[in-house]
Design a protein around this ligand. Sequence first.
Ligand code: ATP
Ligand code: MG
Length: 240
Amino acid sequence: MAIVGANGSGKSTLARLINGQLLPDKGSVIVDGLHTSDRSQRSQVRGRVGLVGSVPDHQFVSNLVADDVAFGPQNLGLEREEIYKRVDTALRMVSMEDYAQYPPYLLSGGQKQRVCLAGILAMQPRYIILDEATSMLDPQGRRQILQILEKLRQESKLGIILITQDLEEACQADQVIVMQAGQIAANLPFRALAENQELLNQYHLEQPEFYHLVALLKKQGLLSPDWRGDSLDKVVEALC
Ligand SMILES: Nc1ncnc2c1ncn2[C@@H]1O[C@H](COP(=O)(O)OP(=O)(O)OP(=O)(O)O)[C@@H](O)[C@H]1O
Ligand SMILES: [Mg+2]
């Protein structure tokens, strides 16, 4: 699931409500039957929903990368050996195993984001919310993280909520939610949104490049109006 929307539309607030960092003034938030407003259930919700934010400096609690990644699993009360194993695996997943004995403050912005993600992965959550968590990663790093998550999604049925300003990044999502002034303004499949210029304008979203190209080709009569491919290769094939 991807969540998009303008600054201040309530995306981060929703994320923090879902993992129990924030409690609602009205209504309730229920994750797999667990109420975040109930103190004992809230800690279970936090174990289930990992939240990776966009300002990694705020998330470090230790002076060593490895200790920082271990913090979450320690709080789950796991055996020492299991913790070491999880820290090692998580750091490898984000290609940061060489930095295990580094102090986090010496890392670059993108490296910090990777370590934060490792800390969440080490907790083996059921859901993971990425709140613009790849904003500082280089394109290759961003692709790597999205590939890791896609693999986890297939292997372990991890539920992923991706909060982003960039519709391009949401292309793997089954469903896209558009937030506006604290409300869900739209909830639809990625393609239905990406193809609909009117909706995109309405929500001040940039059309993903691929769909823009297809729209232009259709307008020029080079592709038929009902053409439905989803890759550049297929466009080339159709044009040829
Ligand atoms: N704890 C809170 N209580 C009440 N209002 C809040 C709280 N936290 C944030 N807000 C307000 O809620 C609105 C939504 O903020 P939020 O951070 O969720 O937006 P966002 O969609 O994540 O924006 P951005 O794209 O800039 O990250 C803002 O107007 C903000 O001032
Ligand atoms: Mg935000």
